[in-house]
Every structure is written in C-alpha cells, then in structure tokens.
Ligand binder design. Structure first.
Ligand code: ATP
Ligand code: PAF
Ligand code: BAL
Length: 283
C-alpha cells in the first residue's frame, strides 16, 4: 500500500491504480482505525476495483469546545491495519494541503443537516460536506463508502452528491458493534472502565424502543422510557428521536422506514447511535 501526502503524488498514484481499467472506491476516515473502518474497506473490495482510504482529522467539522486537539492520531498503526486489510492507497493530506492559506469555500447542505447533530454541533455538517467534496474531487472515486453509525452524515453526503452531480455512488455500511452491542467508534477509547460498562445502555435502550415501536406501541412512551434508561445509566441525553429514515424529520408515518437516532454524553464523551425501525405492514 502506498502512503501519499501531496496532490501531485495522489494524481499519479490514482492514475496508476486506474491503469488497466480498474475502478476506484474511497473510504474517508479520521483515523484511529477499528473494525468498523475495516468493514468499510472489506465492503469496498471487489474484483477490478482498487481501494483508497483517506485519513484526515478535519478541523472544520469540530466545534470550538470539541475534542480536535485530543482526537486520537495513530498513523503508523492505521497504515499497518489498512495494508493488512488489502487497501491499495492511503491518502494522508497535511492540513495545509487541504486548507491552504486563503481557503474560502464552504458547502452547506440544508434540510437533512439541520436537525439532530446539526443543532448540537453548529457548523459540523458544513465542515463534513466541504471536506468530503474536496476528497471526492481529489480522488475522483467511482464509489465511496460511509458507515451507518453516522446516519445523518450519510444522509448529508447523499444529498450533496445528488445536488452537485458528483456522479459517485454512495454505499452505506451497517454499524459494526462490540460483543455487548456498543457501536465501535474511535471515541470509545476516551471511556474509562466504568463508563465503558455503562455505555452499553445506549444500544440497549435503542433496541428496546425500536422493538416496542415496531410492534405498534406508543412511540412517545417508548422514547421517554429509552431516555430514562439512559439517564439511569449515567448519560446526559442530547437527543433520542424517531425520524423518517430519508428526510430525518420526525418519523410519524409508520408506513415509511424510520430510524431511532440518539446522541448522549457519558462523562466528557459524546456517543451517537441509531437503529432501523422497519415500516409496519398495513399501517
Ligand atoms: N462502528 C462502525 N460501523 C460502521 N462504520 C463505522 C463505524 N464507526 C465509524 N464508521 C464509519 O467510518 C467512517 C470514518 O469514521 P470516523 O473516522 O469518524 O470514525 P468514528 O469511529 O466514527 O469516529 P468518531 O468516534 O470520531 O465518531 C465513517 O463513514 C463512519 O461512519
Ligand atoms: C467523513 C469524514 C471522514 C469527513 O471528515 C468524517 O466525518 C468521518 O470520519 O466520519
Ligand atoms: N464520525 C463523525 C465525525 C465526527 O464526529 O466529527
């Protein structure tokens, strides 16, 4: 696997990968890789397709009081994991390559980016959309893969790609979880043992609520119980909502696919998770 840090080398590296007619898949990440990221690499692999991963801790998607400075950085271990996983090229741009002096453009996706994390993390999705658009223009992949763990991010990117005619296929990959159900996340390393043990309440509460709502129980009651379970486990709940899986607006129509989405803090660590609530037949 080649590790590349300049745009010139990236251009020739991608050109070499495409030699002979291969297509290119891109897996954008912020590094500190875990099995969730490797599932994206695995899902990207196909005969006749080369896999490019990017690692860039994007400053513009972090709020002023967020964890940019302490976000885990483990370049060498990440490169080893990607090599073993069969990745063909690692794009590791320095911050001055992504945001040279005078950089002045912002991509802002309205609608799907406005609720949920869009409220709690103002400017976050502008930062994500802008850096992903840059990564798309730099790598020019045929397909890009993103995790469903960041469900709203996936919706924002799908909207941007459709609106701006990127012509890139976007594939969502199901959330990979630890044995007890906690979604894998680079931020899980911030949790101490007691917090890690308590964190399992998040997928559990979502699981109980999703089942109740799917069988037709009162959704507001199920959401309230889930919030109470999180508080009892020591979380401060940011949001726990039932939304339409496509528009991310309140999910009141049981005949449509819905998603339970949550963000909650345990200590200083903010975790997110979500679960599908399938449409009810004959609803
Ligand atoms: N558990 C997971 N299952 C599937 N995909 C995942 C998982 N965790 C992260 N991803 C995906 O990997 C890509 C890169 O994510 P990122 O590098 O931010 O990792 P992360 O674990 O989500 O980090 P963070 O803890 O900062 O949210 C995103 O598309 C994200 O949705
Ligand atoms: C998509 C992404 C790489 C953009 O910085 C980031 O938000 C992430 O890792 O999910
Ligand atoms: N995994 C999404 C990136 C972020 O939280 O900033």
């Amino acid at each position: 696997m080649q590790t590349i840090r300049t745009l010139e080398a990236l251009r020739s590296g991608i050109g070499a990968l495409r030699d002979g007619g291969a297509s290119v898949a891109l897996v954008p990440t912020m590094g500190a890789l875990h099995a969730g990221h490797l599932a994206l690499i695995e899902a990207a692999k196909r005969p006749g397709r080369k896999v490019v991963a990017s690692i860039f801790v994007n400053p513009t998607q972090f709020g002023p009081n967020e964890d940019l400075s302490r976000y885990p950085r483990r370049e060498a271990a990440d490169a080893r994991m990607l090599t073993e996983a069969g990745c063909d090229l690692l794009w590791l741009p320095p911050v001055e390559v992504m945001y040279p002096a005078g950089f002045a453009t912002k991509i802002s996706v309205s609608g799907v980016s406005e609720g949920l994390d869009g409220i709690s993390r103002p400017g976050h999705f502008d930062g994500v959309a802008t850096v992903v658009a840059k990564l798309f223009n730099q790598v020019r992949p045929d397909i890009a893969l993103f995790g469903e763990k960041d469900f709203q991010q996936l919706a924002v990117i799908r909207q941007m790609v459709a609106d701006l005619d990127f012509g890139i296929e976007i594939q969502g990959v199901p959330t990979q979880r630890d044995d007890d159900g906690l979604a894998l996340s680079s931020r899980n390393i911030y949790l101490d043992d007691a917090q890690r043990a308590a964190a399992v309440a998040l997928p559990r509460a979502l699981g109980v609520a999703a089942k109740a709502i799917a069988r037709g129980d009162d959704a507001d009651g199920a959401l309230a119980s889930a919030r109470e379970a999180l508080i009892a486990a020591g979380f401060v709940v940011d949001y726990l909502e039932l939304v339409d899986a496509l528009t991310l607006t309140p999910g009141t129509d049981p005949a449509r696919a819905r998603r339970l989405v949550a963000a909650a803090k345990i200590g200083a660590t903010r975790l997110i998770d979500n679960l599908a609530v399938p449409p009810r037949e004959h609803a």
